[in-house]
Ligand binder design. Sequence first.
Ligand code: NAI
Length: 408
Amino acid sequence: MPQCLSDSVPTLAVVKPKVRGFVCVTAHPAGCAAHVREQIDYVKSQPPLAHGPQKVLILGASTGYGLSSRIVAAFGAKAATLGVFYERPCDKGRPASAGWYNSVAVEQAAHAEGLYAKSINGDAFSDDIKLQTIERLKEDLGQVDLVIYSLASPRRTDPRSGEVYKSVLKPVGAPFTAKTVDTDKKEVLEVTLEPATDEDMRQTTKTMGGEDWEMWLDALRHHNLLAPGVVTVAYSYIGPEVTYPIYRNGTIGKAKEDLENTAARLTSRLADLKGRAWVSVNKAVVTQASSAIPVVPLYLSILLKVMTEKKVDEGCIEQIERLFATQLYRADGKAPTADAQGRLRVDDWEMRPDIQDAVKKIWPEVNTANLATLTDFPRYQTEFLKLFGFGLPGVNYEAEVELELPLG
Ligand code: NAI
């Protein structure tokens, strides 16, 4: 029987979901692989990217939008991918985190097609992981032509001062009271969130703003690892008015403003390479990061219903495939079309007036009794469990599975 190398604990087990609030503390290796396979199959069902990237560094490559970016680059453009993330390996018979298993599955699928795919697991905010990444690039790939920045983290240790910044999700200026859903109890209730202090805003911006993105680009540049014409993209969100106080006008929105300002600065610094830094405003989707934001899971439950009924619903993979195919790497070779603030928008379908009007109509009506009918909360829950590899067709959840899977 396979053993965890460290402590001889058996690593074959039946894995069931254990949900604690907005996280699931277990992950299913075969289910995560099936989830990755669904995304690869989707990308392969689309036309290949004619002018796609060739050597891609993805920061935050293991789950959500970063994982989908890696899959679109590898399987839509046959790119070599180096993924950086912070995931938990199998330990003492406890399964690894979903992002670990996702990354094992992506690497295996890429290798099966003869594509380069390697990963670095550790704190991307640290100098140490930046240096490890630079060394790996120098040895294996050389200059990259695309850098995706898709980190979502509740904290960041400043590599210069050692200060630990905490990102908080709070309104700015005044308390905010709104409906939300208790996903454990399946209850709609009201929450009141107290406003952020100036210190909360500073720390959230230090964690989720553009400083680390800029440090990455500076380090890559310093080591001559950015190819002529390099593109770098970070992801942002705007969303509807119902979430403005907690998102766009809240602490996280201030951090996103900083990220957007960083893009402009990076673009001017990349001018001699004819490079470009973009912020892409993406749609709200069910990910580990979004499920932690108050109010957002209820909004997402309504949005899933409305967008599915209008046949325009998208998850991470459809969003990123559309971003690459219709903006970054268009078949006609033309430049992307930005909004007035210079951002790329793939949240355009979410923000369509007919979609938002339908959401606005449902919002005041929704309560605990009608949660499953007025919204698609059941699907929200299904999508949430899929993030951890549960509920995938074709996976035998009663069988023992190997938990100790190595990254390549
Ligand atoms: P996620 O939670 O699914 O992924 C976060 C990634 O960051 C994972 O790969 C994780 O391992 C990595 N990570 C976290 N801390 C790290 C660290 N210290 N070192 C290395 N890697 C680390 O998050 P999601 O939702 O995909 O978010 C990615 C970006 O997309 C964020 O900027 C988010 O604001 C943005 N976005 C998300 C939307 C959503 O609805 N989920 C909507 C629009 C934008």
